[in-house]
Design a protein around this ligand. Structure first.
Ligand code: PLP
Length: 478
């Protein structure tokens, strides 16, 4: 494609995106396809000759759009917000258009230095101390894995740095809570700790936050048995209920054993932009690493995940490899982000944040977050006031965990009712919700925070929830 052809097709694509975003509220929220349907609509073999751009656009419309759950829809309350603000989408386009090769500082100095500046800006906007140094990763899952690898190597330092797990005499142990995201267990397994060395510390039954007495006990027990407490992953804003592990107390306990503390604030991290919410992050400044996702609630299009570390030198010592073909005379003067994570080639992700912060401004983001917090409190108040309905966990942020509990319905029958009710809501196409287990029973998570969701939409949702709950009979999930 020549630049001139790109210009024509690009204008058409921008128009298509703008039109698409404008009509999203009129689309069904849930993807409208059965398993295999998208695949079946595509040719089995690749094209051998160029096709017209219009044909590609037509397929984008006919095949792809119905196969996407509309996370930008005002009725999207599933999982966590996955906002893709259009200012950041422009940054993404600029990133692709530049075609920068992000492997070393030398390959794209602007990519590195913009990333330094943007991670510093975000640190400052979140009220975090200047000792943190940040890098943009693809996801919080990667951030957690990187943190656990750094933790592993620090715990292993006494034995033999970079000797790997084979060099260790004693097993290294990782602690988290059963409410932590599945990426924590995955990271611990990938980092080689082994399933037997991942401890699920108890949570407070009222708040679902990590019980630090149990953490203290578990760490002491492991240490007494000759195992090495290596890392604690605390979550600020757990996936099911947005519970807040008490990071200050976690750090205090972890320090007694020299264990690394990683804070997973994947969704909730955006709330640090609000000074009045920072009390929820008490102690985070004294952790060893922190990950949060602007690509969730803040609204920077995927994939924009921030990983901050306190001790960059240690991270670099764990991650760096410097073959001759990547060396340059400037190496001593610059940051090499390839040594702060796993991939060598890195996208120019800072552009997405740069465009968003410059074009939207942080105050508009803050305004939106406050709107969502107020909407969640409003919904929780309605649910609490309605007989036969329950709010099941503290509403710390923008997610409200609820259940409709008709009289006489308990156990498996209540579960079946809950699942049927979620399916009924999603089948309307007007809203999209997720179900999750809490203490072994299904509940419904209403995760407010799509960019387009205003109070009126939440009021409509509350109406829809009541209508569908009274008509739901039963459903099962594996
Ligand atoms: N941690 C928490 C608390 C999450 O809620 C999620 C996803 O929702 C993740 C980690 C994983 O995020 P990512 O998709 O960026 O890996």
């Amino acid at each position: 494609m020549t630049p001139e052809e790109f210009r024509t097709a690009g204008h058409a694509l921008i128009d298509w995106i703008a039109d698409h975003r404008a009509r999203v509220p009129d689309l069904p929220v849930a993807a409208q396809v059965r398993p295999g349907e998208v695949r079946a609509a595509l040719p089995a073999h690749p094209p051998t000759a160029p096709e017209a751009f219009d044909e590609v656009l037509a397929d984008l419309e006919a095949v792809v759009v119905p196969g996407v759950t509309q996370t930008q829809h005002p009725g999207f309350y599933g999982w966590f917000p996955s906002n893709a603000g259009l200012a950041s989408v422009l940054g993404d386009l600029a990133s692709g258009g530049l075609g920068a090769l992000g492997i070393t500082w030398q390959s794209a100095p602007a990519l590195t230095e913009l990333e330094q500046v943007l991670t510093d800006w975000l640190r400052e906007l979140c009220g975090l101390s200047p000792h943190w140094r940040g890098a943009i990763q693809d996801t919080a899952s990667t951030g957690c894995l990187v943190a656990l690898l750094a933790a592993r190597e620090r715990a292993g330092d006494g034995c033999e740095h970079r000797g790997g797990l084979q060099a260790l005499q004693a097993p290294l142990v990782v602690y988290t809570s059963p409410e932590a995201h599945s990426s924590v267990a995955k990271g611990a397994l990938l980092a080689g700790f082994g399933a037997d060395n991942l401890r699920q510390v108890a949570v407070d039954p009222a708040t679902y936050a990590m019980d630090t007495q149990d953490l203290r006990h578990a760490m002491a027990e492991d240490a007494a048995a000759g195992r090495v407490p290596a890392a604690v992953v605390a979550t600020v804003g757990t996936t099911a209920t947005t519970a807040m592990d008490p990071v200050r107390a976690v750090v205090e306990v972890a320090r007694e054993h020299g264990a690394w503390v990683h804070v997973d604030a994947a969704m909730a991290g955006s709330a640090m932009l609000l000074p009045e919410m920072r009390h929820l992050f008490d102690g985070v400044d004294s952790a060893d690493s922190l990950a949060w996702n602007p690509h969730k609630w803040m609204g920077t299009v995927l994939d924009t995940s921030l990983l901050y570390v306190r001790d960059v030198d240690h991270l670099v010592s764990v991650m760096s490899t410097t073959p001759s073909y990547l060396q340059a005379a400037t190496d001593e003067q610059v940051v090499q982000y390839k040594d702060w994570g796993i991939p060598l080639g890195r996208r120019f992700r800072a552009l997405k944040l740069w465009f968003q912060l410059r074009l939207d401004g942080v105050e508009s983001v803050r305004h939106r977050l406050r709107r969502d917090l107020a909407n969640a409190r409003w919904l929780a108040a309605q649910v609490e006031a309605e007989p036969g309905w329950r709010v099941l966990a503290p509403v710390t942020l923008q997610t409200v965990c609820i259940r409709h509990e008709p009289e006489g319905l308990t156990g498996d029958a209540l579960d079946a009712h809950t699942l049927a009710w979620v399916d009924a809501v999603n089948a309307t196409g007007r809203a999209f919700l997720g179900a999750s287990r809490l203490e072994g029973r299904w509940m419904v998570r209403v995760s407010i925070g799509a960019e387009a969701t205003e109070r009126g939409h939440v009021e409509q949702l509350w109406q829809l929830l009541r209508e569908t709950a009274s008509g739901s009979s039963g459903s099962e999930r594996p």
